[in-house]
Design a protein around this ligand. Structure first.
Ligand code: C5J
Length: 228
């Protein structure tokens, strides 16, 4: 596929879609639905819904164009051996990681709450990466997967903007990947953190990466496909 500059902050983003993957961060029931981890922390989970439609549109576009799509999930082994006590021992015991909630044990792999929401369910051939931390590179084989596929550019979407999206973009930046964050396909429980988190990525000449929208990326993808 040819290169098409995408309008972005802090400046237009040159992209080679053949070297690009879509990474959708933690669009799990535990974060987006009542009764999960996000709600247990006292958050209004409805605030994350705005990202679902744009994520879905980007997912469909990426699938149609044959891009590598990687879904991540934050969560822990049922015995919690991979969950640092400093992460678990917070808040009331009945709302902690591993406690039983309406969607099963909170933030535990294999439980209903750990699954990706139905609208964005992975399909055959799309790797699902289980991660114990905020960043998608921490204690996972993401870097290996990307390098094996010749990927150097990431389209990043998901939740939450200032936590797992930000941590992943920072990790990717340090590893030499170019990240384009899709502003409308990310969301936070705190709208002000979402806005400032995106500004932090693009500030200082793009200190961590670039920020654009799903519509701009899909338009560039269509143009690249037409030119191919
Ligand atoms: C959080 C995440 N917010 N996926 N995780 O704890 O952003």
């Amino acid at each position: 596929m040819s290169r098409s500059p995408i309008p972005a902050e802090p400046f237009p983003f040159e992209i080679d879609f053949a070297r690009t993957a879509l990474v959708i961060i933690d669009m799990q029931r535990d974060f987006l639905e009542p009764g999960g981890f996000g709600a247990a922390l006292g958050n209004d989970v409805s605030r994350l819904r705005s990202a679902v439609g744009p994520c879905r549109a980007m997912l469909e576009g990426a699938r149609a164009a044959g891009l590598l799509v990687i879904h991540t999930r934050e969560g822990h082994r049922p015995d919690l051996t991979d969950a640092p006590p400093a992460k678990v021992l917070r808040g009331p015991p009945d709302k902690r990681i591993g406690a039983c909630g309406p969607m099963g044990r909170i933030l535990v792999r294999g439980e209903p709450g750990h699954e990706i929401i139905a609208e964005l369910a992975p399909i055959h051939g799309e790797p699902v990466l289980d991660k114990p931390g905020k960043g998608a590179f921490y204690q996972t084989d993401l870097d290996l997967m990307l390098r094996n596929r010749g990927i150097d550019t990431l389209l990043v979407a998901g939740v939450t903007t200032e936590v797992c999206v930000h941590t992943t973009v920072r990790e990717a930046n340090d590893r030499g990947y170019r990240c384009l964050v899709l502003s409308d396909a990310c969301a936070s429980y705190f709208p002000e953190f979402h806005a400032v988190g995106l500004r932090m990525i693009a500030a200082q000449g793009g200190i961590f990466g670039w920020v654009s929208t799903t519509g701009e990326v899909l338009a560039a993808l269509s143009a690249a496909e037409r030119a191919a």
